[in-house]
Design a protein around this ligand. Structure first.
Ligand code: FER
Length: 411
């Protein structure tokens, strides 16, 4: 049921939770453009239910509100957003005053936006509605970001390589196979025992030493996520059988560095994805180097990842060129720091990097992140691969780029 607001109802909103029922609208600037929201709330005691209809440009979506509560003058709820197959949680907290609700909208720890909602139907339906409050404090903290957006392609945005043949990660008979194992390590950073998967190539022997690729997952994944999109272990077996890659160890850790690190703990645990920098450097790498027969100089250490893990890769890889000489960001997400922050000394980076790989699909709404990197790197003359293929934010892009990237490592 939709209740339209009368002045009397609006005025009691501050003191009586039930009176939140009805429609509230808001308009605010976000990295994706101006967002227009129409919330419809129903309350029952401290419980709040309802829906959100959001419009950005031409696009409109509707979501049921979850986990809604009203306590005193504070309400909170979650909007679940399907982001290209991954579920993102947008958390809203609002302070109710007489005429408005002052909301904070958080996507994980990213993109905290503040805006005000006022009573009434959508602006389009209501000629007399006051202008939405989108003043100070309504600007998102980040520049660039959001869940995809309009795609504008530039002349450089084309494939650097042909697409791989099909079947690159299908298991073949009659070739040697490596081993994939799940191991545990003590994380001082997180204060827990954590899991990671480790691939050792066929014929792995303590008598040899191997280079290592650290391979990071996306926002909805964990240490097993790469197996959903590609089978890095089979892909490497195949490349090795064809003489196309150097035998290497591949480590797939969990990039969500928090005590409860399952994907279900919340997709947008952005702070935990940033904390992983320390877990990777101080806990994961030492654990691998103590348990496996590894080459431990920077020229024998690579970092790559998809989406959220692509952003982590660029942040941690370019941020620690003393540790990584090979860096690959596939469809990097808005957690990627700004190019000038990542590469403050282009000449030094150009000298140290053996390979910097930036890739994105030309149907991926996050492409502007990678485009920004490419434009900066090109301007600053930092050699890199800029590979834009015909995919979206999807498994084909990640599988193909792992294949193209991994066969160029450690050579
Ligand atoms: C975002 C959109 C997407 C974001 C992260 C992602 C940090 C990650 C997507 C993925 O890993 O697939 O705004 O912000």
């Amino acid at each position: 049921m939709i209740l339209l607001c009368s002045v009397a109802v609006c005025l009691t909103a501050a003191t009586n939770a039930a009176d939140l029922s009805g429609q509230w609208r808001a308009e605010f600037a976000s990295p994706r453009g101006v967002q227009k929201y129409l919330f419809t709330f129903q309350t029952e005691g401290e419980k709040l239910t309802g829906k959100a209809v959001a419009e950005v440009g031409e696009r409109k979506r509707e979501a049921e509100l979850r986990e809604g509560t009203v306590k005193g003058d504070t309400l909170s709820f979650v909007e679940l957003l399907d982001f290209q197959g991954s579920e993102m949680r947008i958390r809203y907290t609002g302070k109710i005053s007489q005429k408005e609700i002052a909301f904070t909208r958080e996507v994980g720890d990213f993109g905290k936006t503040e805006f005000k909602a006022t009573r009434g139907a959508a602006a389009a339906n209501s000629g007399t509605a006051p202008a939405p409050a989108a003043g100070a404090g309504s600007q998102p903290r980040r520049s660039g970001g959001g869940f995809g957006g309009p795609i504008a392609l530039n002349p450089d945005d084309k494939p650097a390589f042909d697409d791989p043949p099909s079947g690159i990660d299908k298991s073949r008979e009659g070739i040697p196979h490596g081993k994939l194992e799940m191991i545990e390590y003590e994380s001082k950073t997180v204060g827990t025992t954590r899991k990671m998967q480790v691939y050792t190539p066929p014929g792995y022997s303590k008598d040899k030493k191997y280079p290592v690729l650290y391979l990071l997952h996306g926002i909805g994944g964990d240490e097993t996520e790469w197996q959903r999109f590609a089978h890095p272990e089979i892909l490497l077996d195949n490349l090795l059988a064809d003489g196309k890659a150097v035998p290497m160890i591949i480590v797939m850790p969990n990039g969500r560095a928090q005590k409860v690190d399952r994907a279900s703990a919340g997709m947008a645990a952005a702070g935990a994805f940033a904390t992983f920098e320390r877990d990777l450097l101080d806990d994961v790498i030492p654990a691998i180097q103590s348990r496996y027969s590894t080459l431990t100089n920077r020229e024998n250490r690579a970092l790559a990842g998809l989406s959220m893990g692509g952003g982590q890769t660029l942040n941690f890889g370019l941020g620690h060129l003393d540790t990584f000489a090979w860096v690959g960001g596939f469809s990097s997400a808005p957690n990627t720091k700004r190019p000038a922050e990542l590469v403050p000394d282009p000449a030094a980076a150009a000298k140290q990097l053996k390979l910097l790989w930036i890739s994105c699909g030309n149907k991926d709404g996050l492409i502007r992140i990678s485009q920004g990197m490419h434009v900066y790197l090109k301007e600053k003359q930092v050699p890199h691969v800029w590979h834009v293929d015909g995919n979206g934010h999807d498994a084909t892009h990640w599988r193909n780029n792992l294949w193209l990237f991994s066969q160029r490592l450690f050579k």
